[in-house]
Write a protein that binds this ligand. Structure first.
Ligand code: NFK
Length: 274
């Protein structure tokens, strides 16, 4: 291994949310079950944002006027899950008049975290080009990290068409990756200190003035709260403080997504597309 063994048990504990949520496995199983039922009842449109096997997204469209598009980036510490497990999030968002785009991406250690960030960027540029109207990029946990990286993207420098964001939402997001080098994730992430900084939104500058809501379950560990505080401190003009979600832990905090997305669009005066 190119890195010394940095593992620290206390840090690892703080970043493993399942240790605080006894029924975490059952909740994740319910995500998959509910998502399968949603896909059965209303099959999403499946699109490709690139040539790779996992460079795919699902689009769920609401029945009436489309108020905005919400692009959702799932979590799982960049090493678990694909889009299909998160279809369960679509129905309440559709009910709020949002078009819902849920992306897949490759996973570590098969690809690097930089590669995943690049995929999230290309997926966002694709969705922005595909669908006119306000675009909100939201993510949970590792997906919150990717949503914030989108908010800090220099599109021209990446050789991508410019993306105008209406807002961003991070739920239990990770914005300073430094501590993760001391967890069980490091063998898959293989982050050098320099890379961890370069891939940490809290050490980057937002490229969008649109609001970014940094939300965290009130029942999550101090480490997760600290991650959102770090982003709020680094991005004072964009993140209006940390939004603590009462009664929520890591595995049910995503259920607040419709409320948070609508709040953002309200701030932006987001009106339905003609
Ligand atoms: N391996 C983690 C699970 C975890 O962190 C997680 C699970 C589902 C969705 C997001 C997660 N975390 C960050 O992306 C744990 O044991 O708690």
């Amino acid at each position: 291994m190119p890195f010394p063994d940095l593992f620290d048990a206390a840090t690892n504990d703080a970043y493993m949310p399942s240790r605080r949520v006894p029924d975490a496995d059952a909740l994740v199983a319910a995500w998959a079950r509910n998502s399968a039922a949603v896909r059965e009842a209303c099959a999403p449109q499946q699109l490709a944002y690139g040539a790779g096997e996992h460079e795919r997204l699902d689009v769920f469209s609401p029945e009436g006027a489309v108020r905005a598009t919400l692009l959702f980036i799932h979590g799982g510490y960049w090493q678990a899950f694909y889009k299909d497990t998160f279809s369960y999030l679509a129905p309440p968002l559709l009910g709020a008049g949002l078009r819902v785009a849920i992306i897949s991406y490759d996973l570590t250690p098969a690809v690097t975290l930089s590669r995943i960030v690049d995929q999230a960027r290309r997926a966002t540029a694709f969705v922005a080009a595909q669908f006119a109207g306000p675009l909100v990029v939201a993510g949970h946990s590792a997906g919150g990290h990717l949503a914030a990286m989108i908010h800090a993207t220099d599109w021209a420098a990446e050789g991508l068409p410019g993306v105008t964001l209406a807002g961003g939402v991070g739920i239990s997001g990770l914005y300073d990756l430094g501590p993760l080098r001391r967890t069980e994730l490091q063998p898959a992430l293989q982050l050098s200190e320099k890379e961890a900084r370069a891939l940490s939104p809290a050490f980057l500058h937002p490229t969008s003035a649109a609001p970014f809501i940094a939300a965290v379950g009130a029942d999550e560990s101090a480490a997760f709260l600290g991650q959102s505080l770090a982003l709020a401190q680094a991005w004072p003009g964009v993140v209006g403080g940390v939004r603590q979600l009462p009664g929520r832990h890591h595995f049910d905090a995503p259920d607040e997504l419709p409320r948070l997305a609508l709040e953002l669009l309200g701030q932006n005066g987001g009106t339905p597309d003609p």
